[in-house]
Design a protein around this ligand. Structure first.
Ligand SMILES: [Zn+2]
Length: 178
């Protein structure tokens, strides 16, 4: 997280607009942090988008564009890969971004599936907000303390605080919290 994923999607959107490419931007309906009709980056940039609740919805809506952009893919079911294959077979280009691991360091299945199927993959690295090093993990904090690893992966209306962490800080912080 905080690695510029959404900004990279917004850059692609702006390039497509400049080229006259018809673009459809999609985000999962469960990502309720912002208004349903736009994708917003941590730096505050935004583009118009549709909130979609199902992978079938992604397939039907995506078919109306030449380029499909998808944010937060980890919140879709793993069958998203099937919908995207169908769109690719129609000659539609797809750019999808998301987290590869949850706050417990476990893989998001949907992201893993899409990485296996993708024609190219770019791994973005954030900055650890504890030490300033390269962050590939996410810490979920509850009142300043790492959430227990047996907490649910996703909370509805998630009020938890998420911060990027390098692996060393992720481990140390959990150890120090006991
Ligand atoms: Zn660190």
């Amino acid at each position: 997280m905080f690695s510029g994923k959404t900004d990279s999607l917004i850059n692609r959107f702006e390039r497509a607009l400049a080229n006259g490419t018809s673009v459809v931007a999609i985000k999962p309906a469960r990502d309720g942090r912002y208004a349903a009709d736009r994708i917003v980056s941590h730096s505050g940039r935004k583009i118009p988008a549709c909130s979609v609740g199902s992978v079938d919805g992604v397939r039907s809506l995506g078919a109306s564009g030449e380029l499909v952009l998808i944010d937060e893919i980890q919140f879709f079911e793993p069958a998203l890969g099937v919908s995207l294959k169908s769109l690719r077979n129609q000659g539609i280009e797809i750019v999808a971004v998301g987290l590869d691991r949850d706050f417990r360091r476990e893989e998001f299945e949907t992201t893993a599936q899409l990485v296996r199927d993708a024609s190219s993959v770019v791994r973005l690295i954030g900055t650890c907000s504890r030490c300033g090093g390269d962050a590939s993990l996410t810490q979920r904090l509850v009142e300043g303390t790492p959430a227990p690893l047996d907490a649910p992966r996703l909370l509805v209306g998630d009020a938890g605080l998420y911060e990027p962490r390098c692996e060393r800080c992720w481990i140390e912080e959990r150890r120090d919290a006991g």
